[in-house]
Design a protein around this ligand. Structure first.
Ligand SMILES: [Zn+2]
Length: 519
C-alpha cells in the first residue's frame, strides 16, 4: 500500500439519454474498480470514490466533482479514473483546460477507461483523446442520441404504446405490460359521469358546478390523494376541490377515452430545448383499440355535438390590456374580463364553488389603471434614488479603464504561468530536471498563479459593478419615459409580472424587475 490516493469519479444524470443502464452508478463503479484492480500501480494506492448522482455534465457546479477538484488542488489526489470523458464533463473548454493544463501542472494522472486514455502514456496531451472530445463537443453526442430516441418514439407510437409521463385521468399505466394503459375504475367512474351529464345536455360550466357540489375529486387532487406522481409541485395542489369548465372540457374532448392512443401532439423544436411546440392534428399518430375504452364511440360523438352547441361563437380576439396578469388571491385562478361600458374583472371560480371565499366584487379597469400608474410612479422614484446612490459609489471607485487594462494583463499572465507549469512538467517527465527542482518550481508557479487568480477575481468584481450601473440608468430612463407618457400603456403593463387581487382594497402588483411587490 502506498500513500497515494486514486479518485474514482462517477456521474449519473438525465442528460445521458437512453443509455441509463450502462451508465448506472453501479455499472460505472464496477468498471472503475475492475480497472484499478487490474492495474499493478493503482491497485497499491488508496481508493476514494466521488459520485454525482443527478447532475448535468455541462459545467463543474457539482458537489462531488468540486470536492474532488479541491482535493486535487491541495495535492491530496494523484490519479483520477473515469469511465469516459463525458462522465467528467461535457463542456469541451473546461474539460480540456483540466486535462491539458491543470492536471499536468499539478502532476495528476488522468485515466478515461473507455477512451483508452492514460495521461501517463500520452505525456499529458489530449491529442489522443480526440474521439472522446468529439463526442462531447458542441453537444454532438446528444444530437445523435436525440435522433435515435425520436426514431424509436415513432416506432413505439405507431404500435399504440403509451409514451407520455402521466396516464390520462381514468387510466393508469399497466404494471405487467410496458407502455400500456389500463382502466383505473375509481377515476373512470368520474369520466363516465362527466360524459353522461354532457349527453343529458348539460353545459361544461354546469357539469363543473355539479361535480363541485358533489365534492368529486379533480384529476389533480385524485392523483395527490392516491399518492401518484404529479407533474409540477404537489404542494400547490390545494385540498379544496375545484372543477372549472376547462377541466370538464378537457375530459370531454379527450379521444383516448374511446380506446384510441394519440401520440406526437407536441415536439421539441431543437436539442436541449424543453419547451414543446404543438403539432397539427393531421400529423398526430392515432392508433385505434390501443387500450380498453371507457366511453363508447357513439357517446363520445354525442358529447362533442353537445359541447359544440354551447360553444360561444368565436369572436375576434379582443385585445385586453391586462390579459394574463390578474390572479385571484384566494383560488389562484385568472380573473375574467367582462366587457361592458365600464369594463371590470371578476373571479369566476367564486361562482362555481364557495370553498375558496373568493373575492366576489368587481374590479373596474379604470380603478386598476390608476393603481398601476401610481405603482409605476413609485418604482420610478425608487430608481431615481438608486441611481443617485450608484453615482456616488462610482465616483469613489477607481477608474474602470485602468481596471480593464489590469485585468487583461493578469489574464495573460495566468495563461503564461499555466503554460510554464506545463513545460516544467514536461521537462520533469522527460528527465531533464530533477524532482526536487521540479517540486520547488512547481510550488513557486502555483503560488504565483493563485495570487494572479485572486487579483483577476477582484478586477472582475469591479468591472461587474459597471454593468449594474448601466442597468440602473437604463431602468430609470424606461420608467421615467413611461410615467411621462401619462397613461397606462402596453409597455407599462409588460413590466408587470402579475397582479394578485384579494379584494377591491387589497391588490398586490408584482413587477418583473427586482423583487418588488406593491401592496
Ligand atoms: Zn378566486
Amino acid at each position: 500500500m502506498t500513500d497515494e490516493i486514486t479518485a474514482l469519479y462517477i456521474r449519473l444524470s438525465d442528460d445521458d439519454g437512453g443509455d441509463n443502464e450502462s451508465n448506472s452508478v453501479m455499472n460505472q463503479r464496477d468498471l472503475l474498480n475492475g480497472y484499478v484492480a487490474g492495474n499493478p500501480v493503482l491497485n497499491k494506492t488508496r481508493i476514494k470514490e466521488f459520485s454525482d448522482d443527478g447532475w448535468s455534465g455541462t459545467n463543474f457546479q457539482r458537489p462531488a466533482v468540486t470536492e474532488m477538484l479541491d482535493l486535487v488542488r491541495e495535492g491530496g489526489i494523484q490519479c483520477i479514473v473515469v469511465k469516459d470523458l463525458s462522465r467528467f464533463g461535457r463542456n469541451y473548454i473546461e474539460v480540456s483546460e483540466y486535462i491539458d493544463q491543470i492536471f499536468p501542472f499539478l502532476g495528476v494522472r488522468f485515466i478515461s477507461v473507455n477512451d483508452g486514455y492514460d495521461s501517463r502514456e500520452h505525456g499529458g496531451r489530449t491529442a489522443p483523446l480526440n474521439v472522446g472530445f468529439n463526442s462531447i463537443m458542441h453537444g454532438v453526442y446528444s444530437k445523435e442520441l436525440s435522433v435515435k430516441v425520436k426514431q424509436s418514439y415513432v416506432t413505439k407510437a405507431k404500435k399504440g404504446e403509451f409514451l407520455c409521463g402521466v396516464a390520462p385521468f381514468g387510466y393508469r399505466r399497466s404494471e405487467t405490460e410496458r407502455n400500456k394503459l389500463e382502466v383505473d375504475e375509481d377515476a373512470a367512474a368520474t369520466v363516465h359521469r362527466i360524459f353522461s351529464l354532457a349527453v343529458d345536455g348539460h353545459k361544461t360550466t354546469e357539469i363543473a358546478a355539479i361535480l363541485n357540489s358533489e365534492k368529486i375529486d379533480t384529476p389533480l387532487l385524485y392523483r395527490k390523494r392516491k399518492g401518484l406522481t404529479l407533474r409540477g409541485n404537489t404542494a400547490t395542489v390545494r385540498d379544496a376541490n375545484l372543477w372549472l369548465d376547462n377541466n370538464v372540457r378537457r375530459v370531454l374532448t379527450d379521444e383516448r377515452y374511446t380506446g384510441i392512443q394519440v401520440s406526437g401532439k407536441t415536439k421539441k423544436p431543437c436539442v436541449g430545448s424543453n419547451r414543446p411546440i404543438s403539432v397539427p392534428e393531421s400529423e398526430w399518430i392515432k392508433v385505434p383499440d390501443a387500450h380498453e375504452a371507457i366511453v363508447p364511440q357513439e357517446v363520445f360523438e354525442q358529447a362533442q355535438r353537445v359541447i359544440r352547441r354551447f360553444r360561444m361563437p368565436k369572436t375576434e380576439k379582443r385585445h385586453v390590456l391586462f390579459a394574463g396578469k390578474l390572479k385571484c388571491g384566494h383560488c389562484g385562478h385568472a380573473l375574467d374580463y367582462c366587457k361592458t361600458k365600464n369594463p371590470y374583472y371578476v373571479c369566476y371560480s367564486g361562482r362555481l364553488t364557495d370553498d375558496y371565499r373568493c373575492f366576489t366584487g368587481r374590479l373596474y379597469v379604470s380603478d386598476l389603471k390608476e393603481l398601476v400608474f401610481s405603482a409605476v410612479r413609485t418604482e420610478a422614484e425608487k430608481a431615481k434614488d438608486a441611481k443617485r446612490r450608484s453615482d456616488r459609489k462610482a465616483k469613489a471607485a477607481r477608474p474602470l479603464r485602468e481596471a480593464a487594462a489590469e485585468l487583461k494583463k493578469f489574464s495573460l499572465q495566468a495563461g503564461q504561468l499555466r503554460r510554464q507549469g506545463f513545460t516544467l512538467y514536461e521537462e520533469f517527465m522527460d528527465g531533464r530536471i530533477e524532482k526536487d527542482e521540479y517540486m520547488a518550481d512547481k510550488e513557486k508557479y502555483t503560488q504565483e498563479l493563485s495570487r494572479t487568480e485572486t487579483r483577476i477575481a477582484e478586477l472582475n468584481r469591479i468591472l461587474d459593478n459597471k454593468g449594474d450601473k448601466k442597468e440602473t440608468a437604463e431602468h430609470l430612463s424606461l420608467l421615467t419615459r413611461l410615467v411621462d407618457a401619462g397613461d397606462v400603456t402596453e409597455d407599462m403593463v409588460s413590466l408587470i409580472d402579475r397582479i394578485v387581487v384579494y379584494d377591491e382594497e387589497h391588490i398586490e402588483i408584482c413587477f418583473t424587475f427586482g423583487d418588488a411587490c406593491n401592496g
